[in-house]
Design a binder for this molecule. Structure first.
Ligand code: AMP
Ligand code: MG
Length: 417
């Protein structure tokens, strides 16, 4: 019998075979969800000029020492400075300028008193009802970002915050790693597509959708799935076709030891197979191979199992990390938290088991509610879960109340730097 490899060994082999895609320059509006190819060094200060963080009055702090509601200090109002306007007057002792949030500070003022701490008695004059420290309510130039500072790191994901920061820095074009185009091929004569009538013996194809959906959550781009039945020649043709126009291939089904499992046979014939079968449950029959396309690029092929749960579990363990690496992502970690299980469970010896569960906050921390009978064909268990509990290979029994690591599938990864 063939030796099974551990999930960790399998992932290591996969990550050795995939590399970040070449970088391309993209317009800012396409940067969200992609990975920065270079550090972003600021060539300006943010904010570019000292400005007020409050609506109020720009004052000289020493003018209003001791001001309180019972001891108001009157100042002359020189002008009103709106956000976007340029102050025209220097603030001198005994005077102030009315100022709006984000407006540039007038020369010689060194604090802003917020509007709520003032009282207007008559035009051109204001009573200040509170004193201010120098620099109070002022955002100095460069207080957010200094010139020459590395603001964002190569290999980081552009989330909403980074997207906004790139805009603040004036980066209209950004150099990003490529997004993998992922070909999806489903095998199985028994499959009917959504919209087709189900004939006797048929089931509907769901894996195309779970694979495409998961692919999208990594930031990679799923191509339209292609269905090939169980004919090896058709699969071979499909594989040769897709590797010319994609960066990775995911197949579903046909990879175990049955009589009609074309993926196993075809990959063994035309690809370099790096491993087959992993000591895990579900998801044991995973084959990982690479095929050279005409340009000489080795395209990774993830031969995932057909069972609807197995395919998703295997995707999470092996395909997600690979697709993130291909996008150039660094410094990330799968979100794994410690949870206590609500029900006792048995698990096979010698295999890592991934148990579907709904993890919710409980009175004593996170609690995992098992998603019912764990058959690998029961896609409903995935719809009832947000986590995969990891039962180590050497653990065969877990008591209710014991803790396990839970991979949170709704928070697939966190950035670690
Ligand atoms: P296989 O690995 O091809 O033997 O398939 C294992 C199980 O998964 C069988 O019960 C298949 O009918 C089922 N299966 C295979 N492909 C799909 C698919 N695309 N959608 C839903 N179920 C599938
Ligand atoms: Mg099949």
């Amino acid at each position: 019998m063939q030796q099974l490899i551990t999930p960790d060994e399998a992932l290591k082999i996969i990550l050795q075979q995939v590399a970040a895609l070449p970088e391309t320059t993209v317009p800012h509006h396409q940067a969200l969800g992609r990975t920065l190819a270079h550090d972003i060094i600021s060539d300006l200060e943010l904010p570019p000029f000292a400005n007020s963080s409050m609506d109020g009055y720009a004052v000289i702090a020493s003018d209003i020492t001791g001001a309180t509601p019972d001891n108001p200090i009157k100042l002359r109002v020189l002008e009103t400075i709106a956000a976007g306007a340029i102050p025209t007057q220097r603030v001198s002792s005994g005077a102030c300028s009315k100022i709006m949030t984000g407006a540039a500070m007038p020369a010689d003022a060194d604090a802003v008193v917020m509007r709520e701490e003032t009282h207007v008695d008559r035009d051109g004059e204001v009573s200040i009802l509170a004193c201010a420290r120098p620099q109070q309510n002022i955002r100095p130039a460069g207080s957010d970002v200094t010139k020459g500072e590395r603001v964002l790191k190569a290999g980081s994901l552009v989330r909403s915050a980074e997207w906004g920061m790139l805009a603040s820095l004036g980066q209209a074009e950004v150099s990003m790693f490529g997004q993998p185009q992922v070909a999806i091929i489903t095998t199985g004569e028994e499959l009917a597509s959504l919209g087709e009538d189900l004939q006797a013996g048929q089931i509907r194809d769901s894996n195309s959708f779970t694979i495409a959906g998961l692919t999208r959550t990594t930031g990679a781009i799923p191509q339209s799935p292609c269905r090939v039945g169980d004919d090896p020649a058709t699969l071979e043709t499909a594989l040769y076709e897709v590797i010319e126009k994609c960066d990775a291939v995911i197949t579903s089904g046909g990879v175990s030891a049955g009589d009609f499992d074309p993926v196993r046979d075809v990959l063994q014939k035309i690809a370099t197979v790096h491993f087959w079968k992993i000591a895990m449950k579900p998801g044991k029959p995973v084959m990982f191979a690479t095929i050279k396309n005409k340009a000489g690029r080795a395209i990774p092929v993830f031969g995932l199992p057909g069972n609807p749960v197995s395919v998703m579990v295997a995707f999470e363990q092996f395909v997600r990390p690979a697709l993130l690496k291909m996008q150039g992502r660094r410094a990330w970690q799968r979100v794994t938290i410690e949870v206590s299980v609500d029900t006792a469970l048995r698990s096979p010896a010698g295999k890592v088991e991934f148990v579907r569960a709904l993890v919710l906050p409980g009175p004593n921390g996170w609690q995992a509610h098992l998603a019912g009978e764990q058959g690998s064909g029961r896609l409903s268990t995935m719809t009832r879960s947000n986590a995969l509990l990891v039962v180590p290979a050497d653990v065969t029994y877990v008591e209710a109340g014991q803790t396990l690591a839970a991979q949170m599938t709704d928070w697939p990864e966190i950035i670690t730097e």
